[in-house]
Every structure is written in structure tokens, then in C-alpha cells.
Design a binder for this molecule. Structure first.
Ligand code: FES
Length: 244
């Protein structure tokens, strides 16, 4: 890959780290990229899952991963890089074995999320956007996870950890560091960020139906409706163009 394509005039703005050329991408990865591309009427639509696949292999968006996506899709490396650096879900530096998110959007923040973030920062000795020296944890300040009824929430490898507090966070991080089995409060067993990225890329690991999925707080309205016999009103028939 020619480095000049990625030369940035804003080196501190967080572009892909071109100094780290390490990669685990193999012919098998390229073949899986082709499989993803074949799932869409326009192959280019597969770029987002392909970048997740790159992360599942390299633990970040690697220069080789960008190049491979470009080759498979027949687009330029600069176009791939433009997408990879637009979304926060694509990591430009190696994420940890476990990627930890703490929601700091308003509702979680006032319910303890800000204090939780400070606590996790102190415990791990890193700030959002950083990875621990041993590579076990990376940390991210995440925006609303649409889980406000369980505030404050944390995520581990994108699995929910609901109704958190500093003590629960300590237990969670200690268990993960010790390699003990950890389950999300309403989802699958926690594996690793790379394994989760492979699932997001579109290669299921069979764990999607583990756990209760929707938690009690999300189902209160449904329970009350069932108890009182409430049902949704009928949907009116659509009005045709002639009737308008
Ligand atoms: S504010 Fe944290 S999940 Fe909505």
C-alpha cells in the first residue's frame, strides 16, 4: 500500500495508525470478505460488515484490512479509510480483549454513569479511547444505548450490563481479568471483543438466543396491558390514491 494515500495534515485527528502494519488477515479472511460482498445487490454495501470482520481478525482497522476491503470491492483504499474513520465503532488503535463502554449520556449520567466512568477510569488506569498496557481492556464513553430504563448501563463487547454501580463494575472487571465466565445481564455469555466483532460482521456464533434478551423494566408496559386486557387499536386500512 502506498502510504501517501493516507497522509494526513491533521495527524492528531485520529486516523488509521499506518505505523502499525501488523496483520493476521489471511486468504481465508479475504474469502470471507467475498462471501459478505456476495450477500448484497451492490457489493460495496458490504463494506461495514467487512470492516467488522477486519476488526475480528486484527483487533482494529489495520492498514492491510483497509487494503483488502478495497481490493475485494474494487474501490480505493482512501474510500475505505474514509468510511472506517467516520464511525466510532471502528477502532484505529488496538482495542482490548474486552471493550468496555460506560454510558455517559444524560439519563445514565445523572443515575450514576459519570461517577461510574470515573471509577472505571481509576480502576483500569486508562481514559476513554485508551487500552490497558496488557491489552485486556479498552474503554469508551458511549452515548445512549437505548437502555435508559436500566440506567446506568455499561457494555462489554457490546453486551449489556444493566443497573451498574461501582461495586458491580469492580466485580465485572475483576472476573473478566481473571478469565472467569461472565454473562451479560440480558444477553449472551461474554466472549471477547474480537469474537463479538465476527458476529457483527455476519458470522453468528450461535449465542444470539442466550439470556432473557428483553429485561423486566422493558416489559412492564406489556405486562400491565396483558393484565388489563388492553390491545392495540386496529390499524386503519390504507387510503388509496383514488380515495384521497
Ligand atoms: S442514557 Fe444511557 S442508555 Fe440511554
Amino acid at each position: 500500500m502506498s502510504g501517501h494515500e493516507f497522509q494526513s495534515f491533521f495527524p492528531e485527528s485520529g486516523g488509521v495508525d499506518l505505523t502499525d502494519q501488523a496483520t493476521n488477515i489471511t486468504d481465508e479472511t479475504i474469502e470471507e470478505m467475498r462471501q459478505l460482498a456476495a450477500r448484497y445487490p451492490q457489493a460495496r454495501s458490504a463494506l461495514l460488515p467487512m470492516l467488522h470482520l477486519v476488526q475480528s481478525v486484527d483487533g482494529r482497522v489495520s492498514p492491510r484490512g483497509i487494503e483488502a476491503c478495497a481490493e475485494v470491492l474494487g474501490i480505493s483504499a482512501a474510500q475505505v479509510s474514509g468510511v472506517a474513520t467516520f464511525y466510532t465503532m471502528y477502532k484505529r488503535r488496538p482495542a482490548g480483549k474486552h471493550h468496555v463502554g460506560v454510558c455517559v449520556t444524560a439519563l445514565c449520567a445523572v443515575m450514576g454513569g459519570d461517577a461510574l466512568m470515573e471509577h472505571v477510569e481509576d480502576k483500569l488506569g486508562i481514559h476513554p479511547g485508551e487500552t490497558t498496557a496488557d491489552g485486556t481492556f479498552s474503554l469508551e464513553a458511549v452515548e445512549c444505548n437505548a437502555a435508559c430504563d436500566f440506567a446506568p448501563v455499561m457494555m462489554v463487547n457490546w453486551e449489556f450490563m444493566d443497573n451498574m454501580d461501582p461495586e458491580k463494575a469492580d466485580r465485572l472487571l475483576d472476573d473478566l481479568a481473571a478469565g472467569k465466565p461472565v454473562e451479560s445481564t440480558r444477553g449472551a455469555t461474554i466472549t471477547s471483543w474480537k469474537e463479538a466483532e465476527r458476529v457483527i460482521a455476519g458470522f453468528p456464533d450461535g449465542r444470539a438466543d442466550e439470556g432473557p434478551a428483553a429485561g423486566g423494566a422493558s416489559l412492564v408496559g406489556l405486562r400491565i396491558a396483558n393484565e388489563r386486557g388492553w390491545t392495540a387499536p386496529d390499524v386503519p386500512a390504507p387510503v388509496s390514491e383514488e380515495e384521497k
